[in-house]
Each structure stands twice: as C-alpha cells, then as structure tokens.
Design a protein around this ligand. Structure first.
Ligand SMILES: Cc1cc2nc3c(=O)[nH]c(=O)nc-3n(C[C@H](O)[C@H](O)[C@H](O)COP(=O)(O)O)c2cc1C
Length: 183
C-alpha cells in the first residue's frame, strides 16, 4: 500500500468481526510500534496484548463505571450492557510506560508515536484499530490495572484495539493545513 493511501485511508473502527487476529499479525503491528522515534531512543514502552474477551469486557465495564462518575452529563450513554468502549474488538493492546514524573510527558509522546505506527501498519494489513482514550481513566484504579496485566510501577499510555472491521469504513474528513509560511 502506498504511504499516502495508508495515512489517508486509516479510520477509527468501532465495529469488529469476531474473527481472531493471527499472532504473527499482532507481532508485526508491535514491531512497527517499536520503530517509532522516542526521546533519546529510550524506547520506554512495554506492551500488554489482551485477547481474552472476558478481560476486555471487564476493561470496558470498569471504564464505563468511571465515565459515569467523571462525565455525569454523558452518564446515560454508559449505562448499557453493550460494549460501547472497546466495541467487542478481539484484541486490546496496552502501551505502558514506567510511572516516572521526570519522563512523564516524554513517555506519553513516545507512546503516541508508537501507536500511530501501529495504526498504520494494522491498516496496511487490512485491520481496523481505534485509540481507546477513555480506557486511560483506569490509571486511577491500580487494582484494575493489575488485573489487566499492567506491570507493577507502570501506567497506561495508549490503550488501542485491533480487529477485522465489520463494515467498510467511510472516507475521513480533514481541514486543509492551517499554515503560516515565513520566507
Ligand atoms: C487521544 C485520542 C483519544 C481517543 N479516544 C477515543 C475513545 O476513547 N473512543 C473512541 O471511540 N475513539 C477515540 N479516539 C478516536 C477519534 O475519535 C478519531 O481518531 C477521530 O474522530 C478521527 O477519526 P479517524 O481516526 O477515523 O480519522 C481517540 C483519538 C485520539 C487521538
């Protein structure tokens, strides 16, 4: 796939087929992640790959609980048995870094760059992905992080889901670059 098609064709996918993602495919996505640039090439990430549907549902349910508290205006949306968080995706990947105030922001930036590589690689392999921003609220629940397999002393940076899209994605919409040229 041409790079431009990959960059512009990737969409966040919110409906997945039940089919599992082959291990080699997940490994290729992780490999793309670690080729991202990182501050001082520290490569601070550790990855947790969750393929257990009960655990993914648990993550969604715990996230919904928090969202009902922190976003009361949207609470109704999260009072449902449906998986409106991880969209029943077959794979949830957690990009985690050590909890360290000195490197906090750099760790976040590094992880987000790794995530974008992973999104693009997955799309190149005809898979869907979505950034799970809401799931990061679970950093406030250490007992839940532990059940999710986040290593001791680590925090969630980028949770993301991967799977086979259930439907064809529409075209994206972007504004033209807002740019000031100085010559
Ligand atoms: C930091 C960040 C957090 C996000 N969190 C969520 C989320 O929790 N749930 C979700 O469905 N999409 C989430 N998204 C996906 C965005 O909604 C999506 O990227 C945006 O609408 C543009 O659409 P596209 O990715 O299809 O181009 C998140 C994206 C980013 C960058």
């Amino acid at each position: 796939m041409e790079l431009d098609d990959c960059i512009k064709g990737r969409r966040s996918v919110r409906a997945y087929a039940a089919a599992p993602v082959p291990k080699a495919t997940i490994e290729a996505v992780l490999e793309a992640g670690v080729w991202a640039p990182s501050g001082m090439n520290r490569q601070p990430w550790k990855f947790v790959v969750i393929e257990n549907p009960e655990l993914i549902k648990y993550v969604s349910d715990e996230t919904k609980k928090i969202l009902r508290e922190v976003m009361p205006a949207m609470a109704k949306q999260f009072e449902t048995e449906k998986d409106v968080i991880c969209y029943e995706a077959p794979v949830l990947i957690l990009i985690c870094t050590q909890t360290d105030k000195r490197w906090g922001e750099v760790n976040t930036l590094d992880s987000v760059l790794a995530a974008q590589n992973m999104f693009l690689k997955a799309y190149e392999m005809r898979l869907g992905t979505c950034y799970m921003g809401f799931v990061s609220y679970l950093n406030n629940k250490p007992e839940v992080l532990q059940k999710m397999g986040v290593p001791e002393g680590y925090e969630l940076q980028v949770p993301l889901i991967i799977g086979h899209p259930k439907t064809k994605q529409g075209a994206g919409k972007r504004n033209k670059p807002d740019v000031k040229w100085i010559k």
